[in-house]
Write a protein that binds this ligand. Structure first.
Ligand code: PRP
Ligand code: URA
Length: 227
């Protein structure tokens, strides 16, 4: 498959660790192009975030553990499956909120633990402003939801919060990741799986992903500065 202009091709991504899963599903890639498009308005943008999140989440949870459950069909007794893992969804405020509904559709019994982090525009370091986690972990698998993995500062901070909480199996779900962010997260936390729809080329001098999609929070919530 040749590289698209401005995007790394498969050969350029040979360095990715085995814990990083980049989806090549046509439905995701089609929606991702619409998501990137500067003409896509917030309503459509939110729909696309939700749809891509559902597809990525479906792939990311393929190894969730099951246990047997007895089922009585209209015909006879049989055995079915039910989720054995307690799933925790951790949307990173604000932009991760747009991924939450899709994940709750997939996993209706999941617990939701919001984490408030924003990136200081000057230092690019994450600032934590909301965290109501109880004293010890109440889930078996944590899925961190954040559309963008740029420097990796926010994701690394979120993973550290969850590990201090006692979380053991942690997965990071991003729509678009930069190589810089993937390196930062996988070097600091090689046990964390990353699932994303694309690995883009690089960050610009302000820490934005190229080609990226701009500011994911502003595009979802219509808060970008005009002009
Ligand atoms: C964005 C994004 C990530 C972070 C990624 O959030 O949703 O949380 O930046 O950047 P990093 O990998 O360099 O840390 P932002 O700080 O813009 O906050 P918002 O979601 O409230 O808009
Ligand atoms: N946060 C965003 O929303 N977009 C980027 O490109 C980088 C960080």
């Amino acid at each position: 498959m040749p590289a698209s202009p401005g995007l790394p091709g498969p050969d350029d991504l040979a360095w990715l660790p085995a814990t990083v899963h980049v989806s090549h599903h046509p439905a995701i890639l089609h929606k991702l192009a619409l998501l990137r498009d500067v003409r896509t308005e917030p309503k459509k943008f939110r729909e696309l975030v939700r749809e891509i999140s559902w597809l990525l989440g479906y792939e990311a949870l393929a190894d969730a553990r099951l246990r047997d459950v007895p089922v009585r069909t209209p015909m006879e007794e049989t055995v079915g499956d039910e989720l054995a893992d307690r799933i925790g969804l951790v949307p990173i405020l604000r932009a991760g909120l747009g991924m939450l509904d899709a994940m709750l559709e997939l996993m209706p019994t999941a617990q939701v633990w919001h984490l408030g982090l924003f990136r200081d525009e000057r230092t690019l370091r994450p600032v934590e402003y909301y965290n109501k986690l109880p004293d010890s972990a109440t889930v078996d698998v944590c899925l961190i939801l954040d559309p963008m993995l740029a420097t990796g500062g926010s994701a690394t901070a979120a993973i550290e919060v969850l590990k201090r909480w006692g979380a053991v199996r942690i997965k990071l779900l991003n729509l678009i990741a930069a190589p810089e962010g993937i390196r930062a997260v996988t070097e600091a936390h090689p046990d964390v799986e990353v699932h994303c729809a694309a690995v883009d080329r690089q960050l610009n001098e302000r820490g934005y992903i190229l080609p990226g999609l701009g500011d994911a929070g502003d595009r979802q919530f219509g808060t970008g500065r005009a002009g």
